[in-house]
Design a protein around this ligand. Structure first.
Ligand code: PLP
Length: 433
């Protein structure tokens, strides 16, 4: 039997390492020191030793409203009294959820529900290949779209491997990697060149409209508009991977902000405030190519649209749609950015404090990066990871790896942010000396 009450982090971590490869269930959760989570509520998490952290990791941004949000929890609990999973037909919840997403996301006519962002981008890419009959896709160096083979190239690359063949994993067949072409974010010419070189073979261009997997590269409006025009001209689909930006930056995702409409959009993370629910939307003529509507692109998944997760999504999306949520978290994001910028300026540290809304980034470089090349040439990865590592020592949970972003949630307060700024002053002062 597990003796939970008396176990310390050290005991539990030893057991985790014996029972689970590396002690964790996703590689980036291993942070170079033992961490066993006991409890998570609001903006805080507690480890097995009772230590309390202010959490800016927020489950890679999934817990957008804060941990254990009572409204979401109540919706899930209510649902579980009535149903678990039937797996035939459709539930009222699935209908309501799809209608909500279609109403919120400007380019969405129809929506499917999946279990993860990975499944959503997988489905979007397969649909794009299915409807165009083409084999290649274009992704950008630095963007992450999940762990399936079609997107397992060129996320965080070293200078030698950037733009070359840089698989994120072994075990992927070469043809799968070669079918994914790599371009430079904010550089339309790099995409035009690929279309010229691979005439009538590119099925889709997929991008994070703000590449948050490498911090926050802010897109040039002309770049996004250029991608829209180019893909249309070339008969390829434009896929916005809004797994991070979707719902977080606006009820209608980043497409609501930039006004550029993709053909397909993927979501995940914040959609169910930590419950495993994700989705994919698009134009009706494209979405109707799924086998559920008589098309040739297989739509399957035992747990798709599961009641508990779908109830969590409805509660989360309804909250985002009907409250001043974005205004509040954007203001806190600005407060944290202003605090960090003042410190780096006072200390003469070469830093670019940036981000978007509730996502906060402190790049250690003298200018704002426009593309991945700028990060390769100018960013101090060691300082970034060190900053996050030292913040942990001050009970601030930030993922201690370079380019990992920080998230403000609906549960953070101005006091949390001010405490974070105080800790950052101590840490950055130590780092500057
Ligand atoms: N797309 C983006 C932009 C992501 O950041 C992620 C995960 O970090 C994914 C897709 C994959 O989502 P999941 O981890 O839910 O499979």
């Amino acid at each position: 039997m597990l003796d939970q009450a008396s176990a310390t982090t050290a005991d539990l971590w030893a057991r985790a390492e014996r029972a689970i490869p590396g002690g964790v269930n996703s590689a980036t959760r291993r942070i170079g020191r033992p961490l066993v989570i006991e409890r998570a509520r609001g903006a805080h998490v507690w480890d097995a030793d009772g230590r309390r952290f202010i959490d800016y990791h927020a489950a890679f941004g999934a817990t957008l409203l804060g941990h254990a949000d009572p409204v979401v929890g109540e919706a899930v609990a209510r649902t579980l009294v009535d149903q678990d999973l039937v797996g035939m037909g459709v539930s009222r919840l699935e209908i309501e959820c799809a209608e909500l997403v279609n109403a919120m996301i400007p380019s969405a006519d129809k929506t499917i529900l999946t279990m993860s962002g990975t499944e959503s981008t997988f489905q979007a890419i397969r649909l794009a290949r299915g409807v165009t009959g083409r084999d290649l896709i274009v992704k950008f160096q630095g963007c992450f779209h999940g762990w399936h083979d079609a997107v397992s190239r060129n996320v965080i690359s070293t200078p030698e491997k950037a733009y070359g063949m840089d698989p994120t994993s072994s075990g992927i067949l070469a043809p799968n990697l070669e079918a994914t072409l790599i371009a430079e974010f904010n550089d339309l010419a790099s995409v035009q060149e690929l279309f010229a070189r691979h005439k009538d073979r590119i099925a889709a261009v997929i991008l994070e409209p703000i590449p948050h997997n490498i911090g926050a590269l802010l897109p040039d409006q002309a770049f996004l508009e250029g991608l829209r025009a180019l893909t249309e001209e070339e008969g390829a689909l434009l896929i916005f991977d809004e797994v991070i930006t979707g719902f977080r930056h606006a009820p209608g995702g980043y497409q609501e902000i930039c006004g550029v409409m993709p053909d397909l959009t993927t979501y995940g993370k914040a959609m169910g405030n930590g419950f495993p629910v994700a989705g994919m939307s698009g134009r009706a003529d494209l979405m109707d190519q799924f086998s559920s509507a008589g098309g040739s692109v297989l739509l399957a998944g035992t747990f798709n649209g599961g009641p508990a997760s779908t109830a969590a999504a409805i509660a989360t999306l309804t909250h985002l749609r009907t409250t001043d949520f974005h205004q509040r978290v954007f203001a806190l994001g600005d407060r944290l950015r202003a605090g960090l910028a003042a410190i780096t300026e006072d200390l003469g540290i070469e830093a670019c404090v940036t981000g978007y809304g509730s996502v906060v980034i402190c790049y250690f470089m003298p200018m704002r990066p426009k593309g991945y090349r700028d990060l390769l040439e100018h960013h101090d990865d060691k300082a970034y990871a060190e900053f996050h590592r030292r913040m942990y020592d001050h009970d601030i949970l930030m993922l201690p790896m370079s380019l990992k972003r920080n998230h403000i949630t609906g549960a953070h307060t101005a006091e949390d942010v001010d405490q974070t700024i105080d800790a950052a002053r101590v840490v950055l002062t130590e780092m500057a000396h």
